[in-house]
Design a protein. Structure first.
Length: 287
């Protein structure tokens, strides 16, 4: 698996992941106390949809482009609009979709004056682009540090509230194991934090094992934490085909999130489906 952000910017997996990210951060805004977002594999921050990498697969055409044109019900629209407004803010008003913001810039758009962002990126080109995108931003810090080293370095944050986004490229064969181990170590230090873990849902064995380990770790806290598992498929997944199924594990999710996602995901099945409607799976893991 090779999931570099630039090649897949704005695709269906980004849409799902970033809608969930926005819903979590909006919930954190409901209390005055400061929070921190830690993005372990941040990427370049902003992606040119007319660039060579994004154009190679054109995945954004069946992702964010469709969602911006879709019509949603009165119940789903208010839940999706904050995400869409952030995407629109990076594009010409009323013009063609030209750019897509990555997770650090989406998170930055939702920080209040008291909140902070720590974005980790080791790839030189992506890190340079992210620094440029966040230039002179006193609330956001770009760190030249491997995401797996960042977790023990920055968890727990001094704010004691916040979200850790773990979204590696899954280039290594042991990446699922590293996600599970990285989360376990971070959760042991900060069991009250929220965590959002993204994964490509190509191997049922690998994804089920990751979900089992994360749920087991979460349930072992005192008091036990909660874990929400979401998978969304735009078409049947094949082992040798392109990615058509994406997954998220949300640890210590907002109590409102499951209900919101049921409303949202039902209305994403049709516009994001490829060769037919998509489908989603949403379940609570553990006790």
């Amino acid at each position: 698996m090779n999931y570099r952000h630039a090649f897949h910017a704005g695709n269906f997996a980004d849409v799902i992941k970033h809608i969930v990210l926005v819903r979590i951060l909006l919930y954190l805004q409901e209390k005055d106390a400061a929070f921190r977002v830690i993005d372990t594999h941040a990427g370049a921050g902003i992606y040119d949809l007319a660039g060579e990498e994004a154009q190679r697969g054109g995945e954004w055409l069946t992702g964010i482009a469709r969602i911006l044109q879709a019509r949603f019900s009165e119940s789903a629209l208010p839940l999706i609009t904050p995400y869409l407004d952030i995407v629109r803010s990076f594009n010409p008003m009323g013009g063609q979709l030209a750019a897509y913001p990555g997770s650090p810039l989406i998170a930055r758009a939702l920080l209040r004056p008291q909140d902070r962002l720590t974005a980790c990126e080791v790839e030189p080109g992506a890190r340079k682009a992210l620094i440029e995108a966040l230039r002179r931003d006193t609330q956001a810090r770009v760190v030249d540090l491997d995401g797996w080293m960042a977790l023990p370095a920055f968890v727990p944050p001094k704010e004691r509230r916040g979200l850790v986004l773990i979204d590696p490229p899954y280039e290594q064969k042991d990446e699922f194991e590293r996600v599970a181990e990285g989360f376990t170590g971070a959760f042991a230090k900060w069991p009250t934090g929220s965590y959002l873990l993204w994964y490509p849902a190509k191997s049922r064995r690998a994804t089920d094992e990751l979900a089992r380990r994360v749920a087991q770790t979460t349930a072992g806290a005192r008091p036990p934490g909660k874990c929400l598992r979401l998978e969304f498929s735009v078409a049947p997944q094949t082992s040798d085909g392109s990615l058509t199924s994406t997954g998220l594990l949300v640890v210590n999710p907002p109590w409102t999130l499951a209900g919101e996602l049921k409303t949202i995901l039902t209305e994403l099945e049709k516009p994001l489906g490829q060769g037919g409607a998509g489908r989603f799976r949403l379940e609570s893991l553990g006790p």
